[in-house]
Design a protein around this ligand. Structure first.
Ligand code: NAD
Length: 498
């Protein structure tokens, strides 16, 4: 049995706890590896290694730090196929989709190769008589990232790249469900020239997360996962005086206006609803057609597409959608589908009975479509995080907008229309962090920033873009007077530059 260790001080280690957890193959239900679980002593070893390495790394000029990222990007590209296979084997998504997962993380590593420019401070020459004022961005010190199972490459890379490029050491606590790729990324970072101790990986669940949240040497916490845990992480780490960004769950709505191209809208819903088995925080789980005719047309376009969708293991290159992550997740999704039926939604395509010869024990759920879902039903209220698309019919644009805005989550949303006025109004008014106009999964690129509103994010400053540079640095502002100093005598009033 393969054992996946922590990565501490430049070496893979199973640590001291003696505790392990099974890692499953979601396509077969078999145990394929075991992952070491960290205890307090393992976390302490990671923090000690980070603390020893960080001052020298922070003092390394930003151009040299950036060069490590040039190498890192090249190495990830070199190993792309191997990383994607490893990712698919533990997550279950298709290999092409895994490449997308890696690519969208890699792009943030590319972005931070611009660290010398991104980290430049501000300077005011002559802010007062013989006075200059300047601001520096200095690293927080040791940062930590706690990441979800659904993007085991992208989200760790979103966090560790800006944190490390800014001069921090970083401790990653990835999801224990698919931990191999994060460890492999840490090994590649060392190969790229990163000093040992600047990137450590520790595995585990709540107890190691709590250890990170409470650790006095860790100054900044980035979390991505479900809303209840995001809220908890935010509260606990903020109470310790740390800077925290905590991103949570989602229920993303896509509005389809009567003038939209229905074929394009249906194709968009297929990819956004069922890609990665619906296990994306930017998945569209609610389609909101405006008007009865639009609803009938979109259902008619979706049904045959869903029935044709190829579900299978990632090892089959023709699969378009894989299994969900765990047996518990499969059971929960099937249970929620049952609740939808009980509560009166119209089940157009039922994925509960899906079975594949040779993969009977895999965690598959077939793509599922509900019509006539209402805001009171559990399938609307809960984040299903599976291949289940709900159609909520609306009478008007204003009703569709209100539904989206009244939803407690606010991660992503989209509108499909040919009308610039409707699209512009939607983008301006909707209380959601990321908006697509004829784009179903509007994940911003590395040089913009990613983050939701409402119950989808707690704290301040988004992932990647300039926000990440700000999050992983503290501002220090210096006011300097040369050469007269205080030789003219003390001043007792509040200093102004009048
Ligand atoms: P999760 O909340 O179960 O786990 C996330 C991380 O928290 C993992 O590292 C896990 O080990 C840890 N954790 C789990 N329980 C904990 C506890 N009680 N205390 C402390 N830490 C704990 O999420 P998941 O199932 O891995 O991922 C899916 C969720 O993540 C979905 O809700 C999805 O919407 C969300 N997500 C959000 C974004 C975003 O950017 N907003 C992106 C990806 C995923």
């Amino acid at each position: 049995m393969r054992t996946i260790g922590h990565f501490i001080d430049g070496t893979e280690t199973t640590g001291q706890s003696g505790q392990f957890q099974d890692v499953f193959n979601p396509a077969t239900g078999d145990v394929q590896a075991r992952v070491a679980l960290a205890d307090a002593a393992d976390l302490e070893a990671a923090v000690a290694s980070a603390a020893a390495a960080q001052p020298k790394w922070a003092a390394t000029n930003p151009q040299r730090r950036a060069r490590v990222f040039f190498n890192f990007v090249a190495l990830i590209n070199r190993d792309m196929d191997e990383l994607a296979q490893l990712l698919s084997a533990e997550h279950g998504k298709t290999v092409e989709d895994s490449k997308g997962d890696i690519q969208r993380g890699l792009e943030v590593a590319e972005f931070v190769a611009g660290a010398p420019h991104l980290l430049k401070g501000e300077f005011t020459d002559g802010a007062g008589p013989a006075i200059d004022m300047y601001s520096m961005r200095q690293p927080v010190g040791i940062g930590a990232g706690i990441t979800p199972f659904n993007f085991p490459a992208m989200i760790p890379l979103w966090m560790l790249s800006p944190a490390i490029a800014a001069g921090n050491a970083f401790i990653l606590k990835p999801s224990e469900r698919d931990p191999s790729v994060p460890v492999k990324l840490a090994q590649l970072a060392i190969e790229a020239g990163l000093p040992k101790g600047i990137l450590n990986v520790v595995h585990g669940g709540k107890s190691v997360v709590d250890g990170i949240l409470d650790h006095p040497a860790i100054g900044g916490i980035s979390f991505v996962g479900s809303t209840p845990i995001a809220r908890y992480v935010y509260g606990r780490a903020a109470a310790e005086g740390k800077r925290v960004q905590a991103f949570g769950g989602a229920k993303n709505h896509m509005i389809i206006m009567p003038d939209a191209d229905m074929d394009k809208a249906a194709d968009a819903l297929m990819g956004a609803g069922f890609g990665s088995a619906g296990e994306r925080c930017m998945a569209v789980s609610v389609a909101v057609p405006v008007g009865a005719e639009t609803a009938d047309r979109i259902i008619a376009a979706l049904k045959p597409r869903i029935e044709k969708l190829k579900v299978g293991p990632a090892t089959d290159a023709s699969s378009e959608m894989g299994p969900v992550i765990t047996k518990a997740s499969q059971d929960r999704i099937k249970h929620l589908i049952g609740k939808g039926v009980e509560q009166g939604a119209e089940l157009v395509v039922d994925g509960r009975g899906f079975s594949l010869q040779g993969y009977e024990n895999g965690y598959f759920v077939g793509p599922t479509l509900f019509d006539r879902v209402t805001a009171e039903m559990d399938i609307y209220k809960e984040e299903i995080f599976g291949p289940v698309l709900s159609v909520v019919r609306s009478q008007s644009y204003e009703e569709a907008l209100k539904l989206t805005m009244d939803n407690p989550y606010g991660n992503g949303t989209a509108i499909f229309t040919r009308d610039g006025d409707a699209a512009r109004d939607f983008a301006a008014r909707v209380n959601v962090g990321m908006v697509g106009i004829n784009v179903p999964v509007p994940v911003p690129l590395a040089y913009h920033s990613f983050g939701g509103w409402k119950a989808s994010a707690f704290g301040d400053l988004n992932q990647h873009g300039m926000d990440a540079i700000k999050f992983w640095t503290r501002t220090k502002t210096v006011t300097a007077r040369w050469p007269s100093g205080i030789k003219d005598g003390a001043e007792f009033q509040m200093p102004t530059m009048k």
